[in-house]
Design a binder for this molecule. Sequence first.
Ligand SMILES: [Mg+2]
Length: 167
Amino acid sequence: MIIKATYITNGDITTLSIDELRQGGVKGLILDLDSTIMVSKSGEISNDVKEWLDAAHQAFDGAIVVLSNNKREEYMRQAEGVLKIRVIGHGKKPFAKGFLKALESLNLNENEVAVVGDRALTDILGGNMNRLKTVLVWPLKSIREPGWKTFVRNLERALVRASKPSK
Ligand SMILES: [Mg+2]
């Protein structure tokens, strides 16, 4: 099985070029939360990620939403307070419901929105199934996770190939 992502970065989300996304026709973002913009359960974002989010917020005129599979409502609201971005929890990625809710809040067409996440089988597969553009990023360097999780992630990543960026 090969999973196509529109873009694959060589680093975490802060290495993703906002200009390149815009040139590829992206007008809004659906961002994964854990390991993509926030260290799981930390409730904090790094300065680097904050800078990137601020730049993205400006470039996409606020058309950014966070979609997480996390079910803890309290954590979602805490993240929302820190990020100042709408956070939709219980996303059930890769299934459609959460993506549709996120898309609706952006008020854009599928092909104008990129899903950015660190997991192939939830973020990327789900984005593809919902006809969104997709970006596979590396998890934040500062995450602490058990070895088996890194192993599974790397197995998943081996399934993903970048398609040519659309013009
Ligand atoms: Mg994640």
